[in-house]
Ligand binder design. Structure first.
Ligand code: BJW
Length: 224
């Protein structure tokens, strides 16, 4: 059976990574929709760099939780028949033991060169940004997908959704497209669909089945 899992900020919440749209999910008093944009970076690059530097630094103090680990066990059982598509830019799936993970909104531990498009590892907060190791331009930015930009790996994700038997959405509000549309895309092609979230998401009615509660309890209960 082919299974596609979509994850969002809620799966990392119990590890101590803040979500975007819950009570404490604001970004310095702004809605994420207003600041996670290329325009915000052009206007205030140092503010945006600081925000991502702080989140990158915080990764060192958080650990995967039972939900991440349960998905790794599912990969052990299903192998290539499981793909985890995450909207998260943290590395908790990988540290929890998963290897078949696509980061559709980029990764905190990667930098993107605005001049040549090269993606390069970025492990520490950097006081002064180095030049791009490939082209030498001083144009590095966080390698994340902001509003108005095209998420990574869309062709591979669509191809996987077309062939999946079960689509499971975990810890995402369903407020951001194209990820919010995956449930309908998969359902139209015959997949069963399941939501696992703390509370009903915006698109909860689109799923065949929905279970609500903390991911650290719901995901192991579903997997094991
Ligand atoms: C728990 C829990 C616990 C809490 N256990 N659960 C109409 C239709 C289609 C598109 C658009 C449209 N209008 C506008 C658009 C475009 C726009 C968009 O969607 N805007 C919306 C505001 C409407 N989208 C885009 O611009 C995207 N690009 C695009 O569309 O390109 C065109 C194109 C696409 C495809 C092919 C060809 C062309 C890009 C979107 C980029 C989003 N970027 C961000 C920032 C990334 C970097 C960073 O992390 O800083 O991604 S925004 C932010 O939202 C981040 C997240 O990945 C994303 C989703 O958030 P998520 O993960 O769902 O978090 P929350 O906080 O919203 O929800 C958490 C959930 O967890 C809640 O439900 C809680 O209840 C739950 N929870 N604790 C289980 N313990």
């Amino acid at each position: 059976m082919k299974v596609t899992v979509l994850t969002g900020a809620g799966i990392s919440a119990e590890s101590g990574v803040p979500t975007f749209r819950d009570a404490n999910g604001l970004w310095e008093g702004h809605r994420v929709e207003d600041v996670a944009t290329p325009e915000a970076f052009d206007l205030q690059p140092s503010v945006v760099h600081r925000f991502y530097d702080e989140r990158r630094a915080a990764l060192g103090g958080v650990e995967p939780n039972e939900a991440h680990r349960a998905l790794a066990r599912l990969e052990d059982a299903l192998g290539d028949d499981l793909l985890v598509v995450t909207q998260n830019i943290d590395d908790l799936h990988e540290r929890g033991g998963s290897s078949r993970v696509l980061h559709m909104h980029g990764e905190l531990r990667s930098a993107l060169c605005r001049a040549c498009g090269d993606r390069t590892p970025w492990t520490d907060p950097l006081v002064h940004l180095p030049p791009c190791p490939r082209c030498g331009a001083s144009e590095l930015r966080p390698d994340v997908v902001w509003f108005g930009e095209i998420p990574y790996e869309m062709e591979r994700i669509q191809d996987t959704l077309e062939r999946t038997d079960l689509f499971v959405s975990i810890g995402t509000s369903g407020a951001v497209y194209p990820a919010a549309g995956f449930v309908q895309y998969a359902a139209r092609r015959g997949a069963r669909t399941l939501e696992l979230n703390l509370q009903p998401s915006e698109g909860t009615h689109l799923f065949d089945d929905a279970r609500h509660g903390p991911a650290s309890a719901l995901v192991p209960a579903w997997v094991d």
